[in-house]
Design a protein around this ligand. Structure first.
Ligand code: 8YV
Length: 320
């Protein structure tokens, strides 16, 4: 029996049913508390986790009977993987299938920010379209500008290819490892983190949230970026300091920002970022396409099926 923390696409549920696996879905529109999640998992053999439930050491110790914890997400910063490995609990995730959707979201935010699109939409809604003047409502063009990527994995590569095709953007990146495919295929240049800040016209985050990347974009980082630059975060809100970002935008230290992830989530509806012309914010919809979500549900279910059989997970994070 599997406990599923949210309503998920049929592709995943159908696979589970066909494998003869029973499941319970938490269908209420609210987060489960840590105590409720433990209580639910006590009566199940596996967990299919959606929405960043804290899979920490306390949870894993309380639920050490679980045969598999399958995340319907690529990011696993919410999981204490060493604790899971020590307890021999396999952890699965869903990489690859959401790369295009998330890169599309970053691309959308870049363009929306550069042309103040979300703000203009609100201006019309307020009845303030007004009188045309050639010097107002001006954005900036992305063509030929330098794309900087922090974390050049599958999602960063998907974005870099789109930006090369659409806007002929040169690519620089900073990463834990060199990305030879990017260097050969796209002529990408590996740079230090400081040079990434200094040289990017658009700086897009595609790294995992780790102690190394948490809070990395603070006042000191924004101060090193170009005045005409755009900051894009579709990775995790905890990588940027939102007050520092607001200050950098207000002081025109940077040109604009596009966020699909915020800190905290959900973002407060009165957050001043929502009223700034050069800012575009989305409610964590990076992977929210029919294609990506049905693929993620399928992969998450495949991990459950393998884990319950005691087999290695097809999309495993740890070796147990
Ligand atoms: C998910 C995500 O929607 O995959 C990830 O890491 O952030 C999103 O695709 C979210 O984590 C829900 O589990």
């Amino acid at each position: 029996k599997v406990f599923i923390t949210r309503i998920i696409p049929e592709t995943g549920l159908e696979l589970l049913r066909n494998a003869g696996i029973q499941y319970t879905e938490h269908r209420e529109k609210r987060h489960l508390s840590p105590e409720e999640l433990i209580a639910a998992c006590k009566t199940h053999d596996a967990l299919l986790s959606v929405g960043g439930n804290k899979i920490n050491a306390a949870f894993l110790q309380a639920c050490s009977h679980l045969k598999v914890v399958s995340l319907m997400a690529v990011g696993y910063d919410n999981v204490d993987v060493p604790a899971a490995t020590a307890l021999k609990i396999p952890i699965g995730n869903t990489p690859g299938v959401l790369s295009n959707a998330t890169a599309d979201t970053a691309f959308l935010l870049m363009l929306a920010t550069a042309r103040k699109a979300f703000y203009m939409h609100k201006v019309i809604g307020r009845g303030e379209w007004g009188f045309f003047e050639p010097t107002t409502n001006l954005g900036i063009e992305l063509n030929g500008r330098t794309l900087g990527v922090l974390g050049l994995g599958k999602i960063g590569m998907a974005l870099a290819k789109k930006c090369r095709g659409a806007f002929d953007m040169p690519l620089i990146y900073h990463n834990r490892h060199r990305n030879e495919e990017a260097e050969q295929l796209l002529g990408a240049r590996y740079v230090s983190f400081e040079d990434l800040l200094k040289e990017s016209d658009v700086l897009s985050l595609h790294a995992a949230l780790t102690p190394e990347t948490a809070g990395k974009f603070d006042a000191a980082a924004f101060a090193q970026m170009k005045p005409g630059s755009i900051f894009i975060n579709t990775a995790r809100g905890a990588m940027h300091n939102e007050q520092d970002l607001l200050a950098a935008l207000e002081s025109k230290t940077i040109w604009g920002a596009g966020l699909d992830v915020t800190n905290p989530e959900p973002m407060d509806q009165n957050n001043p970022l929502l009223n700034m012309p050069n800012v575009a914010v989305l409610p964590h919809i990076g992977s929210a396409t029919v294609e990506a979500r049905s693929g993620m549900a399928r992969m998450a279910a495949e991990n459950i099926i393998a884990g319950l059989k005691g087999e290695a997970l097809p999309y495993g994070v740890n070796k147990v």
